[in-house]
Ligand binder design. Structure first.
Ligand code: PAF
Length: 281
């Protein structure tokens, strides 16, 4: 696996592959890799000749109250995992490489409306940071395909909207959520859970499954969401939001919508868990 930290060697390698007629799949990450990320790398291999992964803890997507300095950095373990998955190139830039003028002084990309819903409400500016860095990384790597986890459903829709709105020549491939045996969606944030919290964290998914069953026969969406939030809270979590949305626009679903997604977030101790279940009605 080639490891590059700067833009020019990255561009040189991409150009060399292009001249050989090879296609490129890209997996952007913030590191601290778990099986969910490795599933993205595996999916990337299905779609192109060469696989590029980036690890960049993007300061622009962290809020002022969020502690970027404590975000786990596990570069050596991450590299070993990526070598094991036959990754062709790891792009590991510093903040200065990505934001030479500083991240508060740079041009940004903002996808309107859907960036301000759900997780965007609790994390103002977060999705601007995500869209900006993903746009920048796409410009650097120029992939044919980019793989994103479906766990971050809102992020996925925001990136797909950015790609559509700005006519970016990248195919976005959503990859299914990888869950622990308990049903808990894999996430770097699970590392913040104490053994006791790990026991109750799976209640988020369990209750979303309950809700997914209910909406097949009951269209009182608002009351059902309220009831689900109460169930989640009774289990020892603190619901941040729970919503039944149109699967593409993420607008609140109407009883006529056929493709919906249940989006939810809940605090388990310090960790803010997110999860979702798409439902075809
Ligand atoms: O999902 C993530 O890990 C990040 O939001 C991403 C897409 C790598 C952008 O920093």
């Amino acid at each position: 696996m080639k490891v590059v930290t700067d833009i020019q060697p990255l561009r040189d390698q991409i150009k060399a592959w292009r001249m050989q007629g090879l296609s490129i799949a890209f997996v952007p990450t913030m590191g601290n890799l778990h099986d969910g990320h490795l599933a993205l790398v595996k999916a990337a291999h299905q779609h192109a000749d060469k696989v590029v992964v980036s690890i960049f803890i993007n300061p622009m997507q962290f809020g002022l109250s969020e502690d970027i300095d404590n975000y786990p950095k596990t570069h050596e373990q991450d590299k070993a995992k990526l070598v094991n998955e036959n990754t062709d190139l790891l792009f590991l830039p510093s903040s200065e490489v990505i934001y030479p003028k500083g991240y508060t002084e740079t041009t940004f990309v903002e996808v309107p409306h859907i960036s301000n819903l759900y997780c965007g409400k609790s994390r103002p500016g977060h999705f601007r940071g995500v869209a900006t860095v993903v746009c920048k990384l796409f410009n650097l790597v120029q992939p044919d395909v980019a793989c994103f986890g479906s766990k971050d459903y809102q992020q996925l829709q925001i990136i797909q909207t950015m790609v559509d709105d700005l006519s970016m020549p990248v195919k976005i491939v959503p990859v299914e959520i990888i869950r622990e045996k308990s049903g808990l969606a894999m996430s770097s944030r699970n590392g913040y859970l104490t053994p006791e919290e790990r026991q109750i964290a799976p209640q988020l998914y369990k209750n979303l499954q309950w809700l997914a069953e209910q909406i097949k026969t009951n269209k009182e969406y608002s009351a059902l969401c309220q009831q689900t939030a109460e169930r989640i809270n009774q289990a020892g979590l603190t619901t941040d939001y729970i919503s039944i949305c149109h699967a593409y626009t993420l607008a609140e679903a109407t009883p006529e919508d056929k493709k919906v997604v249940i989006l939810a977030s809940a605090f388990c101790g310090k960790a803010r868990l997110i999860d979702n279940i798409p439902v075809d009605l």
